[in-house]
Design a protein around this ligand. Structure first.
Ligand SMILES: [Zn+2]
Length: 382
């Protein structure tokens, strides 16, 4: 019996070798088919036939880790070219494949969510990213797109919640954004005259980002709504001290809401003090407007002289400066345009002389081809 088994051994070897060879041949054949598919798809892409390429890729027989990455990139390429429908088809096809690893499926889902977002289908994008977060609550890459979606939808409560989660997960600082979202909520409550709610919301905003100048502006609005005029003016001034750009936003409001002479005088002294310290041109035009309103144009003569001689004039500051000079000239019966002329020349030199008629890009020197949109012969004088 043992001898018979011994004789059958070569036969068993031969049969095993034959079946391994067959399997190897089948695998090789399959790989060859896949390579042919792949090359055909790429050729269609290179010859600008994206729909034919798409058909090849969508009917791709089997996906491994390399082809999955290629599919992902292909979809992203379509999205970046603005071809959202094609991107959606690629990524949807990828997500539906049963042979993907967990990491590949997650990447495909993220890409699909971005496609929906780019297509403006915010509810679909939201559900994709929310599902990803449900699957793995520790992941942070789905938080940022969700935050963008809630911002677009003006869903400030949800935007705050997701930003706080993102802050915890990625250890990045979202405090400034969270404060803005609370300020949006506070503005809504202010419009409804829910003043207590405004106060509570502003406290949360301050906690999220103590350096926020927007919170100060809203605190000024709250004090004004409560009839606390002095407190309101003080808070607005604190906001302007923190960020001088805010004077531009608040100036008309301050003139309208605080028309009393002593309030205007207080504002004038405040801006004058800040301008003297900072020489910030942004403050100068408003200072001159206030001086005119208070009949103090002549007080500004020395400041105007210095500004015209050494400052950085803007159209706005020049217009108000000439007003000061005109009132001085009227009294002294003189007219000396030299300073104004020098300042105007400095302003003209600082302005770009040419502009692209195609995209609006401004430049100091004439160029045959626009550096922004690359159009030829599109540059002309401003
Ligand atoms: Zn251009």
């Amino acid at each position: 019996m043992l001898e018979i088994l011994f004789l059958l051994l070569p036969l068993a070897f031969y049969s095993g070798w034959q079946s391994a060879r067959k399997r190897y041949k089948e695998r090789q054949e399959k790989r060859k088919q896949i390579s042919v598919h792949f090359v055909r798809g790429i050729n269609y892409l290179l010859s600008e036939q994206p729909d034919k390429a798409l058909d090849v890729f969508l009917n791709y027989p089997e996906i491994d880790e390399y082809t999955a990455d290629t599919f992902l990139l292909l979809g992203n390429l379509f999205r970046n070219r603005g071809e959202i429908n094609r991107a959606l088809r690629v990524h949807q096809n990828l997500v539906a494949r049963p042979d993907l690893s967990k990491a590949q499926r997650t990447s495909a889902m993220l890409a699909l969510g971005e496609d929906f977002f780019a297509a403006g289908m915010l509810d679909r994008a939201e559900s994709v990213f929310t599902e990803l977060l449900k699957d793995d609550p520790k992941r942070s890459d789905a938080c940022e797109p969700l935050r963008n979606i809630y911002e677009q939808l003006h869903e400030w409560d949800k935007a705050i919640e997701i930003s706080q989660c993102a802050q915890q997960r990625s250890k990045s600082d979202h405090g400034r954004l969270i404060a803005h979202y609370y300020c949006e909520l506070a503005t809504q409550e202010l419009q409804k005259n829910n003043l207590f709610k405004v106060e509570e919301t502003l406290k949360k905003a301050t906690k999220a980002y103590p350096d926020s100048s927007r919170v100060l502006v809203l605190a000024g609005d709250l004090a004004y709504a409560r009839g606390q005029m002095q407190e309101a003016m003080k808070t607005y001034q604190a906001a302007i001290s923190k960020d001088s750009r805010l004077l531009g936003m608040l100036f008309s409001k301050l003139l309208n809401d605080f028309p009393q002479q002593d309030a205007l005088e207080n504002l004038y002294q405040f801006i004058k003090q800040h301008f003297t310290q900072s020489q910030d041109t942004r403050l100068f035009a408003y200072l001159l407007q206030l001086a005119r309103k208070l009949g103090k144009l002549k007080e500004m003569h020395a400041h105007v002289d210095e500004h015209l001689l050494k400052g950085k004039p803007t159209l706005n500051t020049l217009a108000h400066s000439t007003e000061v000079l005109a009132s001085v000239w009227q009294e002294s019966n003189t007219c000396d345009m030299a300073q104004v002329q020098t300042a105007l020349q400095r302003l003209a030199n600082s302005q770009p002389e040419f502009q692209c008629g195609h995209c609006g890009y401004k430049m100091h020197d004439y160029l045959w081809r626009c550096p922004a949109c690359h159009q030829w012969d599109s540059v002309a004088n401003v």
